[in-house]
Design a protein around this ligand. Sequence first.
Ligand code: FAD
Length: 322
Amino acid sequence: MHVAVLGAGYAGVTLTRTLERQLPESAEITLVDERDTHLVQHLLHRAVRNPEIEDQLQVPLEECCQRATIREATVESVDADEGRVNIDDGTLSYDIGAICLGARTAYYGLSGVRSRATPLKRLEDAREIRSAFLDCCEDGGRVVVGGAGLSGVQVAGELADLAREEGAESAVDVVLLEQKADVAPGFPEPFQNAVADALDCRGIDVRTGTTVTGADETTLTTDAGTTIEYDQLVWTGGITGQPSLGDTRRQVQSTLRLGRRTFGLGDAVRVIDDEESAFRRQHRVRLGRHLSRQRISPRWQIAASAASSRGCRGMSIAHVAG
Ligand SMILES: Cc1cc2nc3c(=O)[nH]c(=O)nc-3n(C[C@H](O)[C@H](O)[C@H](O)COP(=O)(O)OP(=O)(O)OC[C@H]3O[C@@H](n4cnc5c(N)ncnc54)[C@H](O)[C@@H]3O)c2cc1C
């Protein structure tokens, strides 16, 4: 049997490690990613304030796996029923496959936003955000973060802390925009309140119920007809599917099945069965705790303890709150 795991983010690496433990030696496992390192993506905002942790956020895939074959290649398309992947250097066939390709930043076709904003998905983005923000600290100005989900609230918190460290607290405004009524939409109310308090403590100007409709060089427009001037724009307004998956996050039931031979995990898909999602979150907590107990490298311990928190959705407040 040949199992292919496509994507070596949180979902793909966790799955690969589980399969390595649970499948018989005779089962062949291939892990495909366009990069040769696993990025600890949910801690990326920390690199904005503290670039020294960059090394800890990149784990060579060879260190993540015990026996899986690692293939560095870009997935171009997947036939989920036939079990065939088109990759940039040929094709790969599998008996069972898992699509774990993650998601990319969504701009919803908002005029001027994609070309002017920096997303936060890769280390390159974190570096760009830091560099532009340090300029803001020097010259004075306003940075606007669009979207107050987990990545938005955390990066806004890091920027406010960085301004303080640079002695530029009074020179820089950090503004966080959210179209929904609360920060951290979709999370329990006590969690949202704690996040709101942590943002408030940092002097972040949080504007909920504010929908961005477009941007030009200096100004954002909102659906209320108001404008917000900015010097730097960071966009964390949501996620959408990868081009190799038709630009959408496919909906899956709790079985995670995408086709006869293929399953989808992580940000690449949207699970629509709530009861089962709750079960999976619990499972992630257990898995994270289990990984935390393993004798593994410090970098993996970061990922594993984060995995544990992630299951109970408690991680971001720790990050906002430092
Ligand atoms: C700043 C930030 C903070 C966050 N904080 C939290 C938090 O506090 N709590 C929480 O629960 N979540 C948080 N998240 C979200 C969390 O990081 C994601 O939900 C998680 O990383 C998704 O894991 P994944 O494996 O599905 O996708 P990813 O981690 O995105 O991995 C996808 C992998 O697929 C590879 N890939 C993509 N396309 C291709 C292709 N065509 N060919 C080959 N390889 C490809 C990529 O290189 C990558 O390795 C945060 C995210 C960010 C950006």
